[in-house]
Ligand binder design. Structure first.
Ligand code: NAD
Length: 491
């Protein structure tokens, strides 16, 4: 980390300290002001007493890197079949513990939905493993050329509070499949559940394969431990999943960083869309884990001619509509002015149930309510901020061109995710090309873009500013060429 960045971080810590009085919950605030600083200073947590240097749990970055490095050397000595077995073991441990770990993560982080915390662990089966490592061969007059996907070594990993165990587990599956080991700095508000999972993974891997520290974790993560990881000579690659502050910090680090950064996914609904499907998809995606997913629908741009029909379809599908005054009442509580005097998401509302949002707005909703919505202007904080709550603002637009323009503007150039409901192929193509997002979902709910109800594999780290996309084992490999000149050609 360079001197300017250290100064930025110190200034950020001081600013958070000053604004601490605004917030009661330990859940961090999301967005540019997302601190992690506040809980990150806490070095006296319960997990501290469990740190014994066994099974990947460490207090010190040097110790973790050393252990991870030794374990990675042992991993390289195993066959690819054995590596495959380790990956499958991690998936099966996650599946077997999904209910217990889901409850523990839910209790610790206090955000999202228990059913989805559990599901996010069960679906780790969809994360690709060793089968992705295919060697390419080119045989010709001059010999044989092999392109192999080799490991980096020890990878420094930063994980978010929104999916603490799922992100760490999916990263571990991908990274171990490609022959790497890990030093993880979890989000302080989701560290205990991550430590628990790491201990369990390593214990079972050690029992069966004799390697104890393939996944190491800092039990008391802080900005200092993150900084030490960013700058450690023993770490060859950084993989950072989180909001704007950490994405920026990683991009400024001297190491190569794969950055899975923030999003603010817009939805476009045009006059040709199947509105029933659009409404059901918006509810499914935006209510998933109470809208904690970075790919989740955050704001909808709907053309005027079908606006009322979309509202009816949302209501029929169970979403609760708020009036403008009710939305304003909710907004007063769900956003707080930051030092820059702009509204920022109030962490107390992040990942909370839709019913609580409706009640905060002064209305009531049945227990089955998963999503609430209402009409806002384009400049509204619910449109502009990555709110991570199951309230969806609908912005009425003249036509699909205006919908696209505003959708793209609201995405703020993150190039993360965009969604469209339309039957017009020309419109779909135009929006896809213009939005240029990493994930582009057509006529479905956002989770289908990660294999849930759609085609394709799963990852919880979608590398956006650095361009690697939805990560796979190949993302964490170095391409190496072996050129055998003048021999071995059999054709
Ligand atoms: P966050 O940015 O507050 O924290 C993410 C991680 O970064 C944590 O481990 C935190 O401790 C650390 N961190 C924060 N600031 C740091 C700094 N200056 N230096 C070093 N480390 C720092 O985010 P969050 O609230 O945990 O997660 C939500 C955010 O993550 C959202 O913006 C969401 O879009 C994004 N996210 C992206 C993806 C993706 O795949 N692209 C996946 C999940 C979440």
């Amino acid at each position: 980390m360079d001197a300017t960045l250290v100064q930025d971080v110190v200034a950020e810590v001081m600013r958070k300290l000053q604004s601490k009085v605004d917030f009661k919950s330990p859940v961090p605030r999301v967005g540019e002001d997302a601190p992690a600083n506040e809980p990150m200073r806490d070095n006296s947590s319960a997990s501290g007493s469990n740190v014994d240097g066994r099974y990947g749990i460490f207090n010190n970055v040097d110790d973790a890197v050393r252990a991870a490095s030794e374990s990675q050397q042992k991993l390289l000595k195993l066959s690819l079949d054995e590596r495959d077995q380790i990956v499958k073991l991690i998936k099966s441990i996650a599946r077997q513990n999904a209910h217990r770990w889901g409850e523990i993560e839910f209790k610790e982080t206090k955000i999202g939905r228990l059913d989805h915390k559990i599901e996010k662990l069960q679906i780790l089966e969809l994360v690709p493993g060793v089968e992705y490592l295919k060697t390419y061969a080119n045989s010709g007059s001059n010999g044989v050329c092999l392109e192999e996907f080799a490991p980096f070594g020890v990878i420094g990993v930063i994980t978010p509070v929104t999916h603490s165990v799922p992100t760490l587990s999916a990263n571990a599956i991908n990274m171990i499949a490609s022959g790497n080991s890990i030093v993880a700095n979890p989000h302080p508000s989701g560290k205990d559940c991550a430590v628990l999972a790491v201990r369990e993974y390593n214990q079972q891997i050690a029992n069966r394969f004799g390697i104890e520290h393939l996944i190491t974790i800092l039990a008391n993560p802080s900005l200092e431990t993150a900084d030490a990881i960013f700058n450690h000579r023993g770490i060859s690659l950084l993989v950072v999943t989180g909001g704007p502050a950490v994405a920026k910090a990683a991009l400024r680090s001297p190491k190569r960083a794969i950055v899975a950064g923030p999003g603010n996914p817009p939805v476009v609904v045009d006059e040709t869309a199947c509105l029933k499907n659009a409404a059901e998809s918006i509810i499914k995606g935006a209510s998933y884990d109470n809208n904690l997913l970075c790919i989740g629908e955050k704001q909808v741009f709907v053309v005027e001619s079908v606006y009322d029909k979309l509202v009816s379809a949302l209501q029929t599908a169970g979403a609760v509509q708020l009036t403008r005054p009710q939305i304003e009442r909710l907004t007063q509580q769900a956003f707080k002015p930051g030092q820059d005097h702009k509204p920022h998401v109030n962490k107390d509302f992040v990942g909370k149930d839709a019913r609580l949002l409706v009640e905060a707005a002064g209305a009531s909703a049945p227990p089955s309510c998963q999503l609430t919505f209402g009409e806002t202007d384009f400049d509204h904080p619910f449109v502009q901020e990555e709110q991570m709550m199951p309230f969806i603002p609908l912005v009425r637009v003249r036509d699909v061109n205006e919908a696209m323009d505003k959708a793209i503007e609201s995405e703020h150039g993150y190039r993360h995710t965009a969604i469209i409901h339309s039957r017009n192929l020309e419109t779909i193509t135009r929006f896809g090309r213009r939005a240029a997002t990493t994930l582009f979902v057509v006529n479905g709910a956002s989770p289908s873009g990660l294999g849930l109800g759609g085609q394709g594999y799963l990852s919880y780290s979608i590398a956006t500013p650095t361009g690697e996309g939805i990560t796979t084992p190949l993302t964490f490999t170095r391409y190496r060429r072996v050129m055998i000149t003048g021999s071995l050609r059999m054709i």
